[in-house]
Ligand binder design. Structure first.
Ligand code: ZN
Length: 469
């Protein structure tokens, strides 16, 4: 080959090289490609960040960004295969790239065992271990944890809805050092009325190793239902390993009302507006506890008037409330008031032979109704009653049965929570069933808390409220 030919060939080669280089350097290109991987797998509830695409037009010196559209979304809270499409429009052509994201559940639940020393009952029974299982997809799986005994290990196992399994195992000791648990059914202090059968409510027993310990409770102590006093009853139970537990209940046998002489802590139960449909039932309750009360009677329900006779014969005080219980009539004049009072007094005398001097005003001494009919009449009546040898009584405990409440439970609370250390005159109405229903609980409370019950007499305190006319 001669020199000339070689120069020509070399020149052609240099020319081609220059052409290619300048083409590469100056020619503009579209770049449209994924950042990151095309197929991605992400665990459920983990975060996923879309790395998107590179989309630009230019050469090696500069590449101008091109807007693109993203179609599709990944919900990392839901298992599934998601497609994200990136779309550009360039020179009237549309190009699309797709990325696939799989939301999968490969994580096993987290199993936490909080019990320090894993022990098993001597009889092989598993105990109540403290554990917790939490899963990234299913949430709390504690309920699904299975505990089993295998050879020398206690195994805790839990599987999530994607079948990922978490397992923990512990070597164990056989041991029972826990005492049984014993608790009283009912209160640790119960009251039993003298002469009435004592109702044994028993206990509740549980143990981590021994079953059916309930039948092995030993009860010691006894109640003499005929002698007032406090009787301790002890309940004891021993489990298979010799661990024991006991609990005591005091049974207080209390007496009926024995003392009707007013003293510190005396309760005067008073019932207005009757007798009525519930008076007989009330008298039965009072009789059961030997409680003497006071009835301020009316003629509103004459069909029940024989209850006045019964009440009197059973030692209750009979007071005069009103014959008509008609405010408009009794408070329209002093004469009308005393005519009405005479009528109810005559009725009581006819039924009992007794002339009562105990009075309770309709509405009480502090009523504000009477002024509507005769202003100032209460002051006149109060002093006139005294002149005529009567004594009127108000109250210092309101049961609430006059209208504030129809709840027996509330009446019981209203009375028992307001009892005085001196005397308590309680206002109730024996024409109201829900109020009569409260009486037994009020008596039980009184008798078991150091109170006695007495009927009013002419020497009793009047508990007068301020006259308000
Ligand atoms: Zn009344």
């Amino acid at each position: 080959m001669d020199k000339k030919k070689l120069i020509i060939i070399l020149s052609v080669l240099v020319f081609i090289l220059l052409c290619c280089t300048s083409f590469l350097v100056f020619h503009k290109n579209l770049k449209f490609e994924l950042n990151g991987k095309q197929n991605i797998s992400v665990d459920v509830n983990d975060s996923f960040k879309d790395e998107k695409v590179l989309a630009c037009y230019g050469n090696v010196f500069s590449c101008k960004k091109i807007k693109y559209q993203i179609i599709g979304k990944v919900d990392t809270k839901k298992l599934g295969t998601y497609k994200i499409k990136y779309k550009i429009k360039f020179k009237n052509k549309t190009k699309t790239i797709t990325r696939t994201v799989k939301v999968v559940d490969k994580k096993m639940p987290t199993l936490t065992i909080n019990t320090k020393d894993i022990t098993v009952c001597p009889n092989g029974k598993l105990k109540n271990y403290d554990y917790k299982a939490q899963d990234n997809l299913d949430g709390d799986l504690t309920e699904k944890v299975k505990v089993k005994l295998e050879y020398d290990k206690v195994i805790f196992e839990v599987k999530d809805s994607s079948n990922n399994v978490a397992q923990k195992s512990f070597t164990y000791k056989k041991e029972d050092t826990n005492n049984p648990e014993i608790s009283l059914n009912g209160s640790n202090k119960v009251y039993s009325l003298i002469g009435e059968a004592y109702n044994e409510q028993g206990v509740n027993v549980s143990d981590d190793c021994s079953d059916n310990l309930g039948s092995q409770v030993k009860i010691s102590g006894s109640v003499n239902i005929n002698a007032p006093g406090t009787y301790p009853i002890t309940y004891e139970v021993v489990d298979e390993a010799g661990n024991s537990a006991k609990v005591t209940r005091n049974v207080v046998v209390y007496q009926k009302n024995v003392d009707v002489t007013p003293r510190e802590k005396t309760i005067y139960l008073t019932f207005d507006d009757g007798p009525g449909a519930h008076t007989e039932r009330l008298l039965d309750v009072l009789k059961k506890y030997n409680v003497k009360a006071t009835f301020f009677v009316t003629n509103q329900y004459p069909v029940y008037e024989n209850m006045i006779t019964r009440a009197y014969n059973e030692g209750h005080a009979i007071g005069l409330h009103s014959y008509t219980h008609n405010y408009a009539f009794v408070y329209s004049s002093v004469d009308n008031y005393f005519n009405d009072l005479q009528n109810v007094s005559d009725k009581v005398k006819r039924l009992t032979g007794y002339e009562s001097k105990l009075v309770r005003f309709p509405g009480g001494g502090s009523n504000t109704v009477s002024r509507k009919y005769t202003p100032g009449i209460m002051s006149t009546l109060a002093s006139e009653l005294e002149v005529r040898g009567y004594k009127y009584f108000d109250w210092n405990i309101v049961s609430g049965d006059a209208g504030e409440t129809k709840s027996t439970a509330q009446i019981i609370v209203n009375v028992t929570s307001n009892l005085k250390n001196g005397y308590s005159i309680v206002l109730q109405h024996d024409v109201k069933s829900y109020s009569v229903d409260a009486v037994e609980a009020i008596i039980q409370y009184g008798l078991t808390n150091g109170y006695n019950f007495a009927p009013l007499d002419i020497t009793s305190p009047g508990a007068h409220q301020r006259i308000n006319n």
